[in-house]
Design a protein around this ligand. Structure first.
Ligand code: NZQ
Ligand code: ZN
Length: 388
């Protein structure tokens, strides 16, 4: 197990009727920006309920809507300018990963000049106090509510990136599984695949072995697989929605990464696919995750060993009388079959990737220092070609 420091300052309110905690959390705030996405919060009435709670503590509401999937730096700048013009002293992000990431980025960009260059290109330490912020989470997937990562797309340079800064953790996150009952089927699938992908990325990072994290990750993966299947049949199944929501937070609130490197190479590739195509994050992952494991398994005995364990403990593959490599391949096959069964799989072509984009995506992908699978840009290009 690697050495680690664990810190998570966010307060999580989980369960039924948690929304009212906004009142305690916002006590003393004067001007609260409510940031949201394309309007689902207006349709469901959630926006009005939250605005009433904010006004109930005597604060003025500043509305900032229209945050798109894969939020852009232009949108961040727009929000930061509004926050400064209106003297916002708290930002409440209401939505999924895109809203939460944009909120975090606004909170920093409002206080820091040249924030993109400093914190999304050079990843310098944060030396200002970002505007305090909190979240009401409306869909499971990214787990952004539990970390300080703000994944933003610079549409001019075709770079989608973000770093986990503890200074950008939310003060609080409200997680009411019932709020996710209305999430559209496609987003439920994409979000759930994203959770599974986070768990797999941690699981397949070093060191591999019989660490507590690996055992917890297997249990979480099985839970996500089962819960998505239930939700696809019964979108209002509380237990399954609650499992997805908490698994989403757990996967990305740093705790399951303790003792592991947690290097997210599939995510690095997907982010650049997203930067070029604006595809839905979970579907970008689903297009390449199983092919990625198929691609790298031959390069490392350790990877084969972990894939074997994944096959047996997550997918229930019977190992008897089989070589390790064959069990590993059966696990990858099971992942791919499930990806297709739940409707998460699309080819890269279906996601908008064209031949001419492939070298650009490959060359702009950050390659992480993983010992047991050394990749280079040419490898990524081959992988992307295979997934087209
Ligand atoms: O925009 P509205 O109208 O609100 O609709 C949203 C949006 O279309 C809809 N939705 C959400 N809750 C709903 C609902 N519709 C009805 N009822 C509800 N209760 O679902 C969609 C959600 O979109 P989005 O926020 O883009 O999805 P997601 O949560 O998957 O976030 C994706 C973004 O997060 C980044 C991704 O790269 C992508 O940009 N990530 C952030 C991470 C982090 N900060 O930790 C980690 C992830 O790996 C990821 O990179
Ligand atoms: Zn993700």
């Amino acid at each position: 197990m690697n050495d680690f420091v664990f810190q998570n300052p966010t307060r999580f309110y989980f369960g039924r009727k948690q929304l009212q905690h906004i009142t305690d959390e916002l006590m003393g705030a004067k001007t609260v920006m409510i940031a949201y996405g394309g309007g689902s919060v207006k349709k469901t009435g959630l926006y009005d309920r939250i605005a009433a709670l904010v006004e109930g503590v005597g604060a003025r509401v500043v509305e900032f809507g229209g945050i798109m999937g894969n939020p852009t730096w232009t949108k961040v700048e727009e929000g930061a300018a509004l926050a400064n013009d209106e003297g916002v002293d708290f930002i409440l992000g209401v939505g999924g990963g895109s809203v939460m990431d944009c909120t975090k980025a606004i909170s920093l960009a409002a206080r820091q000049d040249n924030a993109w260059k400093k914190h999304w290109v050079r990843f310098e330490p944060i030396i200002v106090d970002p505007i305090p912020h909190g979240f009401v989470v409306t869909c499971a997937g990214t787990g952004s509510e539990g970390n300080g990562g703000a994944v933003i797309t610079n549409e001019k340079t075709h770079v989608k990136t973000g770093k986990d800064y503890p200074e950008l953790n939310a003060r609080f996150a409200i997680l009411e599984p019932e709020l996710t009952f209305t999430v559209p089927r496609e987003q439920t699938i994409a979000g759930s695949y994203d959770i599974l992908s986070h768990l797999m990325e941690i699981y397949f990072s070093e060191p591999v072995g019989d660490a507590l994290a690996d055992n917890l990750l297997e249990a979480a993966m099985r839970t996500v697989i089962k819960s998505l299947e239930v939700v696809l049949e019964k979108p209002e199944d509380y237990q399954a929605r609650a499992n997805l929501m908490w698994a989403s937070s757990l996967a990305e609130n740093r705790i399951l990464k303790c003792g592991k490197n947690g290097l997210f190479q599939v995510h690095m590739i997907e982010h650049q696919i997203g930067a070029y195509t604006d595809c839905v994050h979970g579907f970008g992952l689903a297009a390449i995750q199983a092919p990625y494991y198929r691609f790298i398994k031959v390069t490392s005995a350790l990877m084969t060993w972990q894939l074997r364990r994944f096959a047996i403990n997550v997918w229930g593959i019977n190992p008897e009388g089989k070589a390790d490599i064959d069990i590993a391949i059966e696990g990858i096959d099971a992942l791919q079959a499930w990806t297709e069964k739940v409707g998460a799989y699309r080819t890269l072509g279906e996601l908008g990737v064209t031949e001419d984009m492939i070298p650009k995506i490959a060359r702009s992908t950050t390659i992480l220092p993983m010992k047991f699978c050394k990749l280079n840009s040419d490898d990524i290009e081959i992988l992307l070609e295979q997934c087209l």
